[in-house]
Design a binder for this molecule. Structure first.
Ligand code: NAP
Length: 310
């Protein structure tokens, strides 16, 4: 259903990942007039995940694309309105919240922020220059371009290992470059990667530069223990060195931690009454689809209570 702004929405949700879609389902099913604003694809980071093994209800796993499609269909079933646009600013107007996008402005009584995270940049020379020409942050988007090639993956967390394991379908050889000698990733991914015949590891090593001509040709790697610097030939560099919350547009409106994650209470309510946060953009212990879904339900229920009381 397309957005129509005649009077303030009861609830506006920013972001259409698992948290946003669940918040939308709960809010619209509670008969609240709800608008969801999404700048990309419904499903968020799920859409670029090949196989999800840890979301209950799918014993054989489910593709990210399929789970996104199912959640979107369910979220829209109860009349939630949606627009495709990017939010640039949120401000307060008496007890209402004003949400500005590139294309318009919308008022609401309760706001739920579900903007998730994006991949952190490594911040080395060559990273921006070769983006899309060998530097990538998405294995499912770009993996097929690296058929039978030699590539490096940077990072030691769940993203680096799951994406590396996916990339082994295409590549001839893959080197995971990690700055320590122990991985941060979940044990099951560690076991799979450590035992994979196509994967080797470069431990205690950091990438200092990405070099090439038209495309990536090598990475300059420093051994942090010995100090030795050498060039490793590669046709691609997939960078998975963590995530940063997509909360810059809030410009400090609600309380955030030093990394920009939104601080909430157990109701998912932020430091501003009537503004809630759910999913990966919220400061919390575990960032998974299942915890985002829980957050989305909590935030929408708490928003409903806030509107009843207000
Ligand atoms: P992460 O857990 O923060 O891991 C980032 C990795 O990059 C770490 O190994 C870190 O090294 C390394 N790193 C950070 N900055 C670096 C730098 N400047 N240079 C070199 N290496 C650097 O991030 P993530 O792997 O993207 O995962 C984020 C969240 O999503 C986690 O909660 C994760 O569990 C979740 N996730 C889950 C799944 C799944 O369950 N299937 C899949 C993907 C992501 P150190 O270890 O030394 O800090």
């Amino acid at each position: 259903m397309e957005a129509r702004q005649e009077k303030p929405y009861d609830v506006i949700i920013i972001g259409g990942g698992p948290a946003g879609m669940t918040a939308g389902l709960y809010a619209s099913r509670a008969k609240l007039r709800t608008l969801l604003i999404e700048s990309g694809l419904f499903g968020g980071q799920m859409t670029t995940t090949e196989l999800i093994e840890n979301f209950p209800g799918f014993p054989q796993g489910v593709s990210g694309e399929e789970l996104s499609r199912l959640m979107e269909e369910q979220a829209k079933r109860f009349g939630m309105e949606t627009i495709s646009d990017e939010v640039t600013e949120v401000s307060l107007e008496r007890d209402l919240k004003r949400v500005k996008t590139y294309g318009g402005e919308y008022l609401c009584r309760a706001l739920i922020i579900c903007t998730g995270t994006e991949y952190r940049r490594l911040g080395v020379p060559g990273e921006e220059e070769f983006r899309g020409r060998g530097v990538s942050y998405c294995a499912t988007c770009d993996g097929a371009f690296f058929k039978d090639s030699r590539i490096v993956v940077v990072g030691g967390g769940d993203s680096a290992l799951t994406e590396a394991l996916f990339l082994t379908k295409f590549v001839k050889e893959l080197t995971i470059i990690h700055r320590r000698d122990a991985l941060r990733a979940t044990k099951i991914y560690q076991e799979r990667a450590l035992n994979h015949p196509k994967i080797r590891f470069l431990w205690n090593s950091v990438v200092q530069e990405i070099k090439g001509d038209n495309v990536v040709r090598s990475v300059v790697v420093k051994d942090v223990k010995s100090g030795e610097v050498r060039e490793v030939e590669t046709e691609g560099a997939f960078l998975f060195v963590g995530l940063v919350p997509r909360t810059q547009f809030l410009k400090g409106l609600v309380l955030q931690d030093e990394s920009g994650y939104i601080i909430t209470d157990e109701k998912c309510e932020t430091s501003v009454k009537g503004i809630f946060a759910a999913g990966d953009c919220r400061k919390k212990l575990l960032r998974q689809i299942s915890t985002s879904v829980g957050d989305g339900a909590t935030a929408a229920f708490a928003a409903e209570k806030y509107l009843e009381e207000g």
